[in-house]
Structure formats: C-alpha cells, structure tokens
Design a protein around this ligand. Structure first.
Ligand code: UDX
Length: 463
C-alpha cells in the first residue's frame, strides 16, 4: 500500500528504525524535498510521529516533522512493505550491547530479513544503506546474507548495498545532519555508491560535503574510530584535570586552551568533567574492544579510556567526601541528570554512576534536572527524591554536585547556594562556575587546584 503518491520514485527513500538517527535523518531529508517514509515496528511511536511530535527531545525536530508531514514529504508507517514504494532504504535500527559488551545484531537481522521479503517482488533497482553502527564485516556478512536469502536476489546489479555511517550528536542533530563535515560511503560496487551520491546531490546541491568512498569494512570502522577518538580525548583531558587539581593555582581550562591551539590537537572536546555519557560512546567502545579481542588484538588504550571514565564518577564523589567527611545521612543535591545539556537522555549518564556511589555511601540524594526527571524516575523510581527547581533541591542540603551544564544551573550565583543550603559545599563537576566568585564558599571543581580560603590549603588536602 502506497503511503503517499510519489511524483518521482527516484527521489523517495524509506528509513527503517525511527530512533534518534532514523528520525532526525528522515525529518532532515524530507525537509530538503526528498519524499521520505519512516518505518518503525512500534505503533505508538509511529502514531506520535504522524502527529508531528517526536518521541524524543531534539531542538528543531518537532517543527521540521510537522512541516514535512504537512507538505506530504514525510510519512510514518509500521508497515515495512511501504519500503517497496521507494528506491533507497536506510537501515537505522539500534545496535545495543550484549552482556559481554559485544554488539547485538538482532534488530539489524530482523529488519534486514523483513526488508528482503518486501524486496523479493519488487522490480527495478533498490539500494539498501546500512546507517546503524555495526562492527566491520557486518554489512558484507550478516546483512548481505540475510538480505540475499530473504529477497532471493544477489547484491550487485539489482540490489545495491552500502554503508553510510552517521555522526550526528544529540542536541545539535538537525544542524549536524544539514551540515555534516563529511559523507562516508562504503560499498562493494560503483553503482550503489553513485546512487547514494545522486541522492545526496539532490539534497545538498552540487557542492557536497567532502565524500570518502571506501569499502564497507573501512566505512564501518570509521564510525568506531571516530567515537573511540572522541571518548579518548575526553578521558585524556579528564586525566590532565585530575593531575591539575592537585596543583594549587592551576586550572585545566588553561591547559586545554593552550594545547588546543596546536592544530594537531584542536580545541574541541577538551572540556574536563564527570566523564562521558550518552547512548554511543560506552556501547561502541565496548563493541570495538570485544570485536578486536575476538580478532586476537587487545586494544589497551580503549580499555583505559573506559576505565578512566568509570573512575571519574568516583572522583566526583571523593571530592564531596573531601569537603564533607562521611556522606552517611548527608543530604546531597545533584543538579543535572541528563548526560549533557539540552536533552532528556540519561543513557549512560555520569549522574547515574555518581548517584549510585552516593547511595552506597549512605547519602540522601535529591536531584533536579529541567528535562530528565521523567526518564530518571523510570530508572531510579523512589531511590532518590526529585525537586521541581534548583532552589528546592538546594534547600537544607549539605552538599551540591553539579552534574549537567544546563544554562539554568550555570546561572546560579554563589549567594543562591549560601541562601538555601545548610552548608554550602559545592562540587562543580562541570566547571560551570567562576572559582573566584565561589572562593568564599566551600567549593571544589574538577581540574581546578584551588587554595581554599577557609582553610588555606588546596581542596585536595581538605579533610
Ligand atoms: C556522540 C558523538 O559526538 C557523535 O558523533 C556520535 O554520532 C554519537 O555519539 P552524543 O552522544 O550525542 O554524540 O554526545 P556528545 O556531544 O558527543 O557528548 C558525549 C558525552 O561527552 C557527553 O556526556 C558530554 O558531556 C561529554 N563531553 C563532551 C565531555 O565531557 N567533554 C567534552 O569536551 C565533550
């Protein structure tokens, strides 16, 4: 059944899996005049999208969805057979971790098999593009095998197959999709790469972002290398921050600024903090480590990246203990739960690691976040208390820990903490405050080697 009538089948794409990547890709392509069908097995999700409401928080996304649906450029369906009305299908289903960290390909397998069944009767060329993050060899192995078996066709002249990883970030996903720094295409044959480039030219115009064309395995590895590098950059600066924190008068921000001016290093992704979170970094590094170990090579560096990240949460709790002594029965306000600002996403958020540690130490946790409380409630229920605003979280607290750099939290002044807290002990895990302004309070920040004016010694030595 056609979801909408297509003037030109050539410009129609289907997107299977309407999670973060799938939905943002669908909305963006449709906004650029490409007729797009978004497909997902979750009926409630599809219904919501049809109404122009994204099932996740992403700036610009709702407006873009509404406009594209109104203009009949975007439709949502839970019927994968509508993929046959298009000539390109992007696979954007999730690739979660299994217990041992290895990649779980069950969604990829199911989606590929369902798509192959639909393509069995289709006449004419159809390109399948793997956009899900998959370990090297998956496209030419599992995906190709499932697709060929279920469609009864061979990948090649009738059935195109290529890899096209996605690099968008939550919070800036639409802008990232509109202005990517590169397009990476991994294909076995020129026809499928050319077909995808033609589609992107319709969208971006003749001046495409830099295009890297390579084989499927290399394209698959590019995505892992990108995430592993970024995560390692964060663990690197967090390591320097932990060293800087021991040295009175040294601020890791200065170090990051100076080294970032070297173009070989670059200034982005050098913000020290409580460790990275989000749906990709941990999952993908674990999958890469597991993949590599199975091939006989242990990537020590990436294990250290992950271990450094885990430990960073303990450092944050350790800083609270340095200020307060025992945390048992202390009231600790956690300001910010989301893994970064402007999202309601708490997947792998460092706040969760910190909260778990605080609970182990016997603290009472009261948390505030402008968006992420509903998601946190689903996970932690009444293990912690929740506040409606930062001030009520701070009320009567023995310690406040800044876990997400929300503007609303960064705007708080030293006097707000003084006015509401029982004792103004502040652990600034996101380095959002000016240490000078907070120097009259009991204040410690990641990567800032303070001389505490109350006691005349560095925070790291306070007990
Ligand atoms: C990441 C990648 O950036 C993106 O290319 C990939 O497609 C998906 O994974 P995302 O998870 O949305 O995107 O968030 P990102 O902005 O990369 O931040 C990840 C985590 O690193 C956050 O917890 C953030 O707070 C932290 N971070 C980031 C730092 O601690 N310091 C920094 O300098 C940058």
């Amino acid at each position: 059944m056609a979801v909408f009538s297509l003037k030109s089948k050539l410009a129609a794409v289907s997107i299977v899996g309407l999670g973060y990547v799938g939905l943002c890709t669908a909305a963006t392509l449709a906004s650029g005049g490409i007729r797009t069908i978004g497909i997902d097995i979750d009926e409630a999700r599809v219904d919501q999208i049809r109404k122009g409401k994204a099932p996740l928080h992403e700036p610009q996304l709702d407006a873009m969805l509404k406009r594209s649906i109104r203009n009949k450029l975007l439709a949502a369906s839970n019927d994968i057979s509508s993929a046959a009305d298009t000539d390109t299908t992007f696979l954007t289903v999730g690739t979660p971790s299994q217990q041992d960290g290895s990649i779980d390909l069950s969604y990829v397998k199911n989606a590929t098999e369902d798509l192959g069944n639909v393509l069995r009767e289709k006449r004419g060329y159809h390109l399948v593009v793997v956009k899900s993050t998959v370990v090297p060899g998956t496209t030419n192995g599992t995906v190709k095998r499932f697709l060929e078996q279920s469609s009864g066709k061979n990948a090649g002249s009738e059935l195109g197959l290529c890899v096209n990883p996605e690099f968008l970030k939550e919070g800036t996903a639409i802008n990232d999709a509109l202005h990517p720094d590169k397009i990476v295409i991994g294909s076995n044959d020129k026809k499928s790469a050319d077909h995808l480039i033609r589609l992107y030219k319709r969208f971006y115009g003749k001046e495409l972002p830099p295009v890297i064309i390579t084989g499927p395995e290399a394209a698959e590895l590019v995505k892992y290398a990108s995430n592993a590098f970024l995560a390692t950059k964060i663990s690197f600066i967090n390591t320097i921050a932990n060293i800087a924190q021991q040295i009175p008068g040294v601020d890791v921000g200065t170090i990051a600024k100076a080294i970032g001016l070297d173009p070989r290093i670059g200034g982005l992704f050098l913000k020290a903090g409580p460790g990275y979170g989000g749906s990709c970094f941990h999952k993908d590094i674990q999958a890469l480590i597991n993949y590599s170990q199975n091939n006989g090579y242990d990537p020590t560096l990436f294990r250290a990246t992950e271990e450094t990240n885990e430990q960073q949460a303990n450092r944050v709790v350790g800083m609270a203990e340095t200020l307060l002594g025992s945390l048992s029965n202390k009231r600790v306000a956690v300001l910010g739960l989301a893994f970064k600002k402007d999202t309601d996403d708490i997947r792998e958020a460092s706040s969760l690691r910190v909260i778990s540690q605080l609970k182990k130490e016997g603290a009472h946790v009261i948390a505030y976040d402008p968006m992420a409380i509903p998601n946190t409630r689903k996970q932690l229920a009444d293990q912690i208390s929740y506040a409606d605003n930062p001030r009520s979280a701070l009320k009567g607290a023995d310690c406040a820990i800044i876990m997400t750099e929300w503007d609303e939290i960064a705007k708080l002044k030293a006097k707000d903490f003084q006015a509401y807290m029982k004792t103004p002990n502040i652990v600034d895990a996101r380095r959002v405050y000016d240490p000078e302004e907070f120097s009259q309070l009991s204040y410690a920040a990641i990567g800032v080697g303070l001389v505490n004016p109350r006691q005349g010694k560095p925070n790291s030595e306070l007990s």
